[in-house]
Ligand binder design. Structure first.
Ligand code: NAD
Ligand code: UDP
Length: 320
């Protein structure tokens, strides 16, 4: 067993997706190194993994080089919610671009395969619907979301250049909106915002008229997709959409959360943030054909699990 144990690096491993990925990789018998600067990640997300001798957590910023010996790299380090990635936009671009250069350099040196957690934001406010991987997107390079969108687009470019120039074994996943336990309660993303507001009886803040759409993937399905993509032959490089194609308007999501939490909260309307995409939904045909993958957890089931998680978070806070 020890001889076949893979050494896997997860950057951003203490974040929402990263912590679930570390957990799954550990469960599958890998030796996992989590690297994080704890900007939006939390030690609480990985505390339960620290007892394992095959799990290691290392405080490190991916904008700086990293020297470790690993077989696989999942590059997730980057704040993902608009309020967090707009907090220090220059650092966000550095994290995506310098982080990609450093992790690709590491992959090249040690001959590791490397997966980039890219984003549906590379499509911007899409004119093609649902979004297929060959659509080149509609991103405003000057707006407040550009630090994230253009940073991630440049990271994709770097991945493909390392692949062409250095034969680096790459995989690029375009992750669509994902939700579940361990989302940060204050990170401003719509699912966590609505659930926390509903559980507290606060107003539900709907941006714009709420007719903009998203398609929400439960975290376990997403992690399954990433791990399958990493396991594909070298000629499968992506980019590959990973997400749930069940599209819903934001106002319908608000009403569903209110119903499921039996909340007395009222919906209030707030201005739509600049460059907020009007519609988003993945075409997952490529992932389905290549990985034999599709999401399994319907929205009501995933929301119920996420509501239970936030109920326990709020109860713990009240206790303290
Ligand atoms: P998150 O904010 O919970 O996790 C990001 C992690 O990266 C955090 O632990 C943070 O501390 C760490 N980090 C940030 N900058 C760093 C740096 N310079 N050096 C080291 N660590 C750093 O967000 P998440 O939702 O878990 O997203 C993880 C990845 O998936 C991101 O790359 C994000 O762009 C991508 N993604 C997520 C979603 C989603 O809906 N959750 C959608 C599309 C793409
Ligand atoms: N949104 C909202 N109320 C909130 C938070 C978000 O109406 O309290 C909207 C937001 O304007 C966007 C959608 O929900 O149209 C998804 O926002 P999120 O920040 O979760 O993700 P992204 O815009 O990056 O897809």
């Amino acid at each position: 067993m020890t001889l076949t144990r893979k050494r896997v690096l997860v950057t951003g491993g203490a974040g929402f997706l990263g912590s679930h990925l570390c957990e799954r990789l550990l469960d599958e018998g890998n030796d996992v190194l989590c690297v994080d600067n704890y900007f939006t990640g939390r030690k609480d997300n990985i505390a339960h993994l620290l007892d394992s001798k095959y799990f290691e957590a290392h405080r490190h910023d991916v904008t700086l080089p990293l020297y470790v010996e690993v077989d696989e790299i999942y590059n997730l380090a980057c704040p993902a919610s608009p309020i967090h990635y707009q907090f220090d936009p220059v650092q966000t671009t550095k994290t995506s671009v310098l982080g990609a250069i450093n992790m690709l350099g590491l992959a090249k040196r040690v001959g590791a395969r490397i997966l980039q957690s890219s984003t549906s934001e590379v499509y911007g406010d899409p004119a093609v619907h649902p979004q297929t991987e060959d659509y080149r997107g509609n991103v405003n390079p000057l707006g407040p979301r550009a630090c994230y969108d253009e940073g991630k687009r440049c990271a994709e470019t770097l991945f493909f250049d390392y692949h062409r120039q250095h034969k680096t074994h790459i995989k690029v996943a375009r992750v669509f909106n994902t939700y579940g336990p361990r989302m940060h309660p204050n990170d401003g993303r719509v699912v966590s915002n609505f659930i926390v507001q509903a559980l507290r009886g606060d107003d539900i803040t709907l941006y714009g008229d709420g007719r903009q759409t998203r398609a929400f993937c439960y975290v376990d399905d997403l992690i399954d997709g990433l791990i399958r993509l990493m396991g594909t032959p070298a000629d499968v490089v992506g980019p590959m959409n990973i997400g749930n194609p069940h599209e819903i308007s934001v106002v319908d999501l608000a009403e569903q959360v209110i119903r499921m939490t039996k909340s007395t909260s009222k919906i209030v309307f707030r201005p739509l943030p600049q460059d907020d995409p009007t519609q988003r939904c993945p075409d997952i045909g490529y992932a389905n054909r290549t990985l034999g993958w599709e999401p399994r957890i319907p929205l009501d089931v995933g929301l119920q699990r996420t509501i239970s998680y936030f109920e326990s978070v709020i109860a713990q806070r009240l206790e303290h």
